[in-house]
Ligand binder design. Structure first.
Ligand SMILES: Cc1cc2nc3c(=O)[nH]c(=O)nc-3n(C[C@H](O)[C@H](O)[C@H](O)COP(=O)(O)OP(=O)(O)OC[C@H]3O[C@@H](n4cnc5c(N)ncnc54)[C@H](O)[C@@H]3O)c2cc1C
Length: 374
C-alpha cells in the first residue's frame, strides 16, 4: 500500500512554529483546516485579534485531503434537502454555498476551477431520482442541464466548481497571516474553555473560542458524542493522463463515488464507503485494502482509466443525522463547528465565517438558515 499521502501534497509547508509561551488574544480558533482558516479570515477582516492553532499543520486533515469538489447545497440532493429541511431553507443554503464558492475563489486565486459538476446515473432507479433533483432545482431557479457523455447520462450543474484543497488552504493561511492572525502548528489543545486554551507549551487567553474540527469532533468535544459520528473516507489518484477524460468533476451512485481530473491530467477518485459501512465508522485514518480494492476496480472498469496509481489516502470527517452541520455555542463564548457529512468544503467555510461573526454578537443569514429562523 502506498504511503497515506494525498495527490494535493506538493511537499511545500509554511514556515510555522509551535506555540511556546502564553499569549493573549480576542478569539482563539482550534483547527487550521478550511473552516478554521475561514473563521480566522473573517475575524481578521473584522479587525479582531485572532490566534489559530493546529495539532499538526495547515490542513493536515480532511480539509487538505479531500476530493476537491465544490458543490452547491447540503449533503442531500436538492429535492431531498427540501424534504428534510423545507424548501426555504434548502434554497437559502444552496444560494449561500454558491456565494461561498465565489469567495473561496477570491481568497485562493488559482486554486478554484469553475468547471460545473456532473451527477451520473447508475441505472433506471437513479434516473428517476435525478429527474426529481433536476425538476426541483429548475423550479427554484438553480441551473441544471441534462448531460450525456461517454460514461453515461445524468445532469450537469454549471455553477459548481472544484479546487486543489491544499493549495486553497495554504493560500488562505498566508492571507490570514498577512491580515495579522498568529498561527501555531504542532500545537494541540489539551483542554479548553471559552476563555483559555491549554497546550503543551503555553496557554492562549482569549475572550472567545471557536472549535473548527470535522473529523473526530466528538473526541475533542465529548458533549457531541450523540450528535456527530466520525467516518473514514478514502481516495486514490493516478499518474497524469494526457487525454482530458472528464469535462468536469463527477459523482456517481448517489454521490458515493466522486472524482476529478486535475489540471495536469491525474485522476483523483474517491468513495466506496457504502462497500464497507461498518468498518468505515472509525477514528482510524489509514487506507484499507477493501475500500482501496473497490476504488481500483471501479477506476479501471467504470471510469476506464488505465494509468498507474500513484497515491492512496484517507482522512476523517464527521456525519450528523440531519445532514446539517454542527453550528453551536456550546457554552457562552465557546463555538463549535463541524459535522459536514462528507461535504464540508463550502459548508465548513460558511460555518467558519458565521462563527467568527457570532463571536461579535452578529448573526449571518446563513446562521439563521441553519438554526431554522430563516
Ligand atoms: C477523502 C475525502 C474526500 C472528501 N471530498 C469532499 C469533496 O469533494 N467536497 C467537499 O465539500 N467535502 C469533501 N470532503 C469533506 C471535507 O474534506 C471536510 O468536511 C472539510 O474539509 C472539513 O474541514 P475542516 O476545516 O472543518 O476540518 P478538518 O479538516 O477536520 O480540520 C480540523 C483540524 O483540527 C485539528 N485538530 C483536531 N484536534 C485538535 C486539537 N486538539 N488541537 C489542535 N488542533 C486540532 C486537526 O489537525 C485538523 O487539521 C471529503 C473528505 C474526505 C476525507
Amino acid at each position: 500500500m502506498l504511503s497515506n499521502t494525498p495527490i494535493w501534497d506538493d511537499g511545500q509547508s509554511l514556515p510555522l512554529s509551535p506555540l511556546d509561551g502564553d499569549v493573549e488574544t480576542d478569539v482563539c480558533v482550534i483547527g487550521l483546516g478550511g473552516s478554521g482558516l475561514t473563521a480566522l479570515d473573517e475575524l481578521t477582516t473584522m479587525g479582531r485579534r485572532a490566534v489559530g492553532i493546529d495539532a499538526r499543520g495547515i490542513a493536515p486533515g480532511a480539509a487538505g485531503r479531500n476530493g476537491g469538489l465544490l458543490l452547491g447545497g447540503t449533503v442531500d440532493f436538492h429535492h431531498d434537502a427540501i424534504t428534510v429541511i423545507g424548501r426555504d431553507r434548502a434554497v437559502g443554503i444552496y444560494r449561500e454555498t454558491m456565494d461561498e464558492i465565489r469567495r473561496i475563489d477570491e481568497q485562493a486565486p488559482g486554486a478554484v476551477r469553475h468547471t460545473g459538476s456532473i451527477r451520473l446515473s447508475s441505472g433506471a432507479g437513479e434516473d428517476t431520482d435525478i429527474t426529481r433533483q433536476r425538476t426541483a432545482m429548475l423550479a427554484d431557479g438553480i441551473r441544471c442541464e441534462l448531460y450525456d457523455g461517454p460514461l453515461g447520462h445524468g445532469i450537469f450543474m454549471p455553477d459548481d466548481a472544484c479546487f486543489n484543497p491544499q493549495q486553497r488552504c495554504h493560500a488562505l493561511a498566508r492571507r490570514v497571516i498577512a491580515q495579522g492572525a498568529q498561527l501555531y502548528t504542532h500545537t494541540s489543545a489539551s483542554s479548553y474553555s471559552a476563555t483559555e486554551v491549554h497546550t503543551a507549551r503555553g496557554t492562549i487567553r482569549c475572550a472567545q473560542v471557536i472549535v473548527a474540527v470535522d473529523g473526530r469532533l466528538e473526541t475533542l468535544v465529548p458533549e457531541l458524542a450523540g450528535t456527530v459520528r466520525t467516518a473514514r473516507l478514502q481516495m486514490l489518484a493516478t499518474a497524469p493522463v494526457a487525454e482530458r477524460l472528464f469535462p468536469a468533476p463527477m459523482s456517481a451512485r448517489y454521490g458515493f463515488d466522486y472524482w476529478q481530473q486535475t489540471p495536469d491530467g491525474s485522476v483523483a477518485f474517491g468513495g466506496g464507503r457504502d462497500h464497507s459501512v461498518e468498518t468505515e465508522w472509525t477514528n482510524d485514518a489509514e487506507p484499507t485494502e477493501k475500500i482501496q480494492g473497490y476504488l481500483e476496480q471501479a477506476l479501471r472498469e467504470q471510469l476506464q482509466v488505465t494509468a498507474p496509481i500513484t497515491h492512496r489516502w484517507a482522512a476523517s470527517v464527521s456525519y450528523t443525522e440531519t445532514g446539517l452541520p454542527v453550528f453551536q455555542e456550546l457554552h457562552p463564548g465557546l463555538w463549535v463547528i463541524g459535522g459536514y457529512s462528507g461535504t464540508g468544503n463550502a459548508m465548513g467555510a460558511l460555518c467558519g465565517r458565521a462563527a467568527a461573526r457570532a463571536t461579535s454578537g452578529e448573526t449571518t443569514a446563513f446562521a439563521r438558515l441553519l438554526v431554522n429562523h430563516g
